[in-house]
Design a protein around this ligand. Structure first.
Ligand code: ADP
Ligand code: MG
Ligand code: MG
Length: 355
């Protein structure tokens, strides 16, 4: 069977996607699969060619290498990367698509819609779960409906912001206290997110967020640990033990996450058993509320007096060998190669309507 491994993409998480592709290429079971790499450049061109089986070397990879935090100057060999194809050219019988794309156009249901139209099995969440999980306002509303605890928030559209700015600011200050977190609805990797400590900062933060999306959410900021649960399955949902992001900084933004590597992962997170069970139950509930399939990483805040708040569900979480999601499964005894295999099997089962 062929596996189209689709990576790169136009989003801010281009580099992390290349690292994931690199990990999968190294670990996939070659006795079962013929891997066909498809690289989406930063400009959005789809490229195919054998040399792409070395994703880090031949992609437009500029910044990161596992463990290395410095800017890397790489000679680019665009000519040898392959030929430009049309996205529809991945259509093939006896093949499965493994998209390892994050953020807008990759994790938000758009590319999943393409795979549906091509009528091909693909790894991970479908159109609805991807779109709803990516949208911080829609997912909050779904989580609210199934009774999951969340920090208070106020959503705002660009129209409201342009026409009723003062009322909106009053609404924020009436229902939330500083610091607040301001986020574009559709983004990831902390892009466009800022922390606001007063009204001036709130105004500026909202302006920044609107550069990325026409809908923005203002949230109550809290002092809390950040704990994550990995979900694996279709209708039969499995939840991992929690892992903790041990922050060395106050706000875990893009720079800190991917460039300074200023986080440690603690697996399993040190938490009382009842709390772990609750987190696992909440994670499964959130996954089902979104109609998830395949995989997701469900992120929570846990306060010092053990209150839990769901933060978000990432339907295509970081998936390099050093990422939280695969490490959580490794802790449960499922090694990276077997996890990749399981995800492909789940994609095939979902496609054939078995689960
Ligand atoms: P993304 O989808 O970009 O990862 P998040 O909602 O997870 O967006 O926010 C990114 C980071 O910002 C979080 O991991 C956390 O460190 C911080 N953060 C976000 N919301 C809050 C909040 N309400 N209170 C405190 N910290 C927050
Ligand atoms: Mg996210
Ligand atoms: Mg996050």
């Amino acid at each position: 069977m062929k596996v189209f491994l689709i990576y790169g993409g136009k989003s801010a998480e281009h580099d992390i996607s290349i690292l994931t592709a690199h990990s999968i290429v190294k670990e996939i079971y070659y006795n079962y699969y013929d891997v066909i790499p498809v690289y989406i450049t930063r400009n959005g061109e789809w490229i195919q060619g054998e040399t792409l089986l070395e994703p880090v070397k031949y992609s437009d990879f500029l910044r990161l290498t596992p463990g290395d935090t410095k800017q890397m100057a790489l000679e680019k060999d665009q000519q040898s990367t392959g030929i430009i194809i049309s996205p529809a050219e991945v259509k093939s019988d006896d093949a499965v698509i493994f998209p390892v794309l994050h953020g807008p156009n990759g994790e938000d249901g758009t590319v999943q819609g393409l795979f549906e139209v091509l009528d091909m099995p693909y790894v991970g969440c479908g159109v609805l779960a991807s779109a709803a999980g990516m949208d911080k306002i829609v997912s909050k509303q779904l989580f609210q409906q199934v009774g999951l605890p969340q920090v208070p928030y106020v959503p705002v559209t660009r129209f409201d912001w342009q026409n009723q700015q003062e009322e909106f600011l009053q609404r924020c200050e009436g229902s939330l206290i500083y610091p607040m977190f301001v986020k574009p609805a559709n983004m990831g990797s902390s892009v466009g997110i800022s922390k606001a400590n007063d009204k001036d900062e709130l105004l500026a933060a909202i302006e920044v967020a609107f550069e990325y999306d026409s809908r923005v959410v203002v949230e109550q900021g809290i002092e809390a640990r950040e704990v994550e649960i990995a979900i694996l399955g279709n209708s039969d949902v499995h939840a991992s033990v929690p892992g903790e992001i041990v922050k060395k900084v106050d706000f875990y933004d893009y720079e800190e996450k991917y460039i300074n590597n200023s986080v440690d992962l603690n697996i399993p997170a040190e938490l009382p058993d009842e709390l772990v069970e609750k987190l696992q139950e909440y994670a499964a509930t959130a996954f089902r509320a979104l109609d998830g399939s395949g995989l997701s990483r469900c992120d929570f805040f846990v306060t010092s007096n053990n209150e839990i708040y769901i933060n978000e569900v990432n339907t295509m979480p970081g998936f390099t060998q050093f990422s939280m999601y695969p490490l959580l499964w490794e802790h449960a005894g499922l090694k990276y190669s077997d996890l990749v295999e399981e995800l492909i099997q789940l994609a095939l089962k979902r496609y054939s309507g078995k689960t």
